[in-house]
Design a protein around this ligand. Structure first.
Ligand code: ZN
Length: 155
């Protein structure tokens, strides 16, 4: 999935890592002749890459960034109280991840662009990837809620 570069930092090994707007880091090493990214070695070079996109494999894997924190939880919904919008195509904003937590029953979680239709239950939550259209459909009687996750504030 294409994600924008929002910053850079050095990892523990001294290698440059791009921070993507999804919350995932991605190495952007300069290790000639294997990886040629001379631009990453200068501040100007790094600045020139801000806003450019890289393909993020971790988003394809539906991997919630490890250091993200829960910022909001919806009320508990049932098949009759859930907002109608959840049954139609919708998505979270840039940098906002979700976790669909089923408390009881079963909920079908669909991500059409990835050909994904997963049946969620109390032992298998659904991960919602930022900006990726999806919808849910109750499979009979169900109770569930959605948790939202964001980057922790610095400091
Ligand atoms: Zn990502």
């Amino acid at each position: 999935m294409e994600r924008k570069i929002i910053g850079f930092k050095l990892d523990a090994a001294g290698d440059w890592t791009a921070m993507l707007d999804c919350g995932h880091p991605q190495h952007t090493r300069h290790r000639p002749p294997f990886e040629n990214r001379a631009w990453v070695m200068t501040q100007d070079g790094r600045d020139s890459m801000l806003g450019q996109v890289l393909n993020c494999v971790r988003c394809e894997e539906f991997e919630l960034p490890a250091d993200f924190v829960k910022c909001k939880v919806t009320p508990e919904f049932t098949e009759s109280t859930m907002p109608a919008g959840l049954r139609g195509q919708h998505y979270t904003s840039s940098g906002v991840w979700g976790k669909i937590v089923v408390l009881e029953g079963r909920l079908l979680y669909c991500v059409p662009s990835k050909n994904i239709a997963l049946e969620l239950d109390s032992s298998s939550p659904g991960i919602v990837v930022p900006e990726l259209p999806h919808h849910v459909e109750p499979q009979g009687s169900v109770r569930f809620m959605v948790e939202f996750y964001k980057a922790a504030l610095p400091g």
